[in-house]
Design a protein around this ligand. Sequence first.
Ligand SMILES: Nc1nc2c(c(=O)[nH]1)N[C@H]1C(S)=C(S)[C@@H](COP(=O)(O)OP(=O)(O)OC[C@H]3O[C@@H](n4cnc5c(=O)[nH]c(N)nc54)[C@H](O)[C@@H]3O)O[C@H]1N2
Ligand SMILES: Nc1nc2c(c(=O)[nH]1)N[C@H]1C(S)=C(S)[C@@H](COP(=O)(O)OP(=O)(O)OC[C@H]3O[C@@H](n4cnc5c(=O)[nH]c(N)nc54)[C@H](O)[C@@H]3O)O[C@H]1N2
Ligand SMILES: [Mo]
Length: 753
Amino acid sequence: MKYTAAHWGSYQFDPGDTELTPLDGDPAPSRIGRGWVSAVRNRDARVMAPVARRGWLAGDRGAARCDDTFVEIGWDRALDLAASELDRVRQTHGNSAIFGGSYGWSSAGRFHHAQSQMRRMLSVAGGFTSSRETYSHAAAEVLFPHVLGLTHRAFQDQVTAMPLVTEHCDVMLAFGGLSARTAQITAAGTSTHEVAPWIHALKSAGVRVVTISPERGEAQEDWLAIKPGTDTALILALIHEILRLGREDRGFLERYTSGWPTLERYVRGDSDGIPKTVAWAAQICDLDAGDIADLAEELTRKRVMVSLAWGLQRADHGEQPIWAGLALACVLGQIGQPGTGYAFGYGSTTPVGRAARLIPWPSLPKAPNQVTDFIPVARIADCLLQPGQPYRYDGQTRHYPDLRLIWWTGGNPFHHHQDLFRLQQAWCRPETVIVNEHSWTATARRADLVLPATTPLERDDIMMNRRDPILLFMSRMFDPMGDARDDHTIFADVAERLGLRDAFTEGRSTDGWLRHIWARAESVAKAHGFALPEFDTFRTEGRFDVPHATERRVAFSQFIAAPDAHGLSTESGKLTLFNRTIAHMDLADCPGHPVWLAPIEGGALDSGTFHLITGQPDTRLHAQNDMGSEAQATKRQGREVCTLHPDAAAMLKLTEGDLIKLSNARGACLCAFRTSPDMRADCISLPTGAWLDVQDVDGTLMDVHGNPNVLTIDKGCSGLSQGNIAHTSVVRAERWTGPLPALRVTRPPVIAS
Ligand SMILES: Nc1nc2c(c(=O)[nH]1)N[C@H]1C(S)=C(S)[C@@H](COP(=O)(O)OP(=O)(O)OC[C@H]3O[C@@H](n4cnc5c(=O)[nH]c(N)nc54)[C@H](O)[C@@H]3O)O[C@H]1N2
Ligand SMILES: Nc1nc2c(c(=O)[nH]1)N[C@H]1C(S)=C(S)[C@@H](COP(=O)(O)OP(=O)(O)OC[C@H]3O[C@@H](n4cnc5c(=O)[nH]c(N)nc54)[C@H](O)[C@@H]3O)O[C@H]1N2
Ligand SMILES: [Mo]
């Protein structure tokens, strides 16, 4: 038996197999995995050989970096060109002109992690401008250290264990729902999927899960169908109603929080003249005032977990709902008790709240980056369009660097960024774009040099995840497709051309690195009281189960038990409900306490327009595996399928088989549709990840495949975090009466050498 792993799960196979079987013992294997092999064996989707863009070879520095033809150039020339371009840019403009932020999920496996390999190489070559935070939860990453005294990662590591919620909670307020769809995923791989069974367990135990979301979500009966972007108003009204009833936990607020009096004055309306009553929130959130009041009253009598999905803060003023949610949990006073309190990210991925012991397994050692400049990750288009311009970020006024060379590995900005037509303009600015990819993604199609990488199924690696009870030796299943090479090999060969091979590889082969990482893992295991097998034994057996792997944590339990001895690393040592540091930043879009601020789009909607919800796709990880069988099987006429309410479909006069055009001032796309009563009638949900296919249709540039990021807004949440606001946008929808353009999403024109 051999094993392998992906972010969506772990698999076993026998030598010679061409299909994967989910790992024994996984109670709910992911559907995404069913499309993995077909996606990576799809020759039309794979980059088969190193290529350069024809215009770039002829000296064009960007203007036509969109729909050009590529030329096969062979590995030697490709590596020479990559190395000499890197050298030219660092000599001419300095290393800060090289952008190695390269955001993206790449693939599971400790050693062949694409970004780690690339950043190591760029670091030994003198450094690169990096990026901070993630597209997943940037607002939380910047806010939490101020208000919780913890990094987002540290807080995620102590989110209360799921079984404790089943045992001790009466009401789970699930802002953004609780979803087994998103919990298919764990960064770096997962051996099992326990969120779908957990949702069943909650129900069997009689825990009332209240889904607060524009869509009902999976199998959840209690649904408050909130208008998108208005959760903060609802939360403030719940607090207001609890105050009106006189049932706030004053003891908790005094002992464990700072700044409550300021927030209380705001909620009561003393500071701005607007009491945040249930009636006030009802019209903002489009909910029934009586339902909000009843819910508030119930919360004061029950054991409550305030749970927010990550998606809530991927929106304009995304800091506010998660900060307000913390305030609500403080008003209820149940933080630090088993199964109640405050949580962020249950179900957003598998490991949040997993009852597993944390073991800090090693990864590829970093090399020091001598360039300290960075950008907030979602500000890439602003940076390219406005070099030198100032922007606010976490209390600083910073300036965008002048980037000349972009090297992207293991990510797909033409999937993940917002307002992709704007990114396309920005993408013409750098002198050179190099992309390592195994597939012809929209980003690879917009590169000057494309270096074909292997997939995890084509190489040996190790799956070790700090929250996973199983270690796997990932064995190669197929030979590399075409001329694909491992990212490590590619970067070692580039380093060689710069005279830096040994600095990059430390003299190790791939096998030597796997053994080295395993040797470091052995020390980690020893420190945790158990022994790992010898490397060769592990390689042969393929699987190691960590002993005594269970741990049932309670978030903030130490602080609650002894607030003086275990004070938080915030400005007051307590949970901050008004924060002086943030207040002193003087940001209109993120003042010193949670506030209701209307989002940039989505107030009163004109007829024919809808809120656009662009959540994670069920059949793939972002844009990965879109060309695999599982994602393809759900498309209609080859297009991505959006969901809308039957009344909305009737209003648009849609009939079965129609396509829809979604548009706004930023762009337009075509998609198919399905109807569902489990969706607000003023919302359309179009999952992310359909490979971008921009075509000129009757004089209009549009994506013809169903990629929502041509419609989303490229703006930061606020001057605090600068996180993306993917969930905030409004679109016009109409029945498509034009021609049906043929899709052009796979290999672009390539001239053989
Ligand atoms: N509208 C909207 N947009 C969003 C979101 C949203 O909710 N709404 N969500 C955002 C979020 S949370 C995220 S995390 C981002 C995700 O955005 P990305 O992480 O950029 O998306 P992926 O498709 O996972 O891109 C990973 C790429 O790495 C490549 N890759 C995999 N393995 C390897 C390898 O070994 N070597 C090399 N060289 N390449 C490899 C894959 O082929 C793939 O193209 O999207 C964001 N975008
Ligand atoms: N299958 C699959 N799973 C994934 C991924 C994937 O690509 N595919 N990506 C992974 C990644 S990188 C991440 S970061 C996580 C993200 O995980 P999440 O952020 O939890 O997922 P989303 O689908 O973006 O949004 C969650 C829910 O929020 C709801 N929502 C949208 N707007 C609002 C609002 O204004 N108010 C409220 N109350 N609800 C709202 C949506 O309807 C959706 O049901 O998912 C991970 N899991
Ligand atoms: Mo994410």
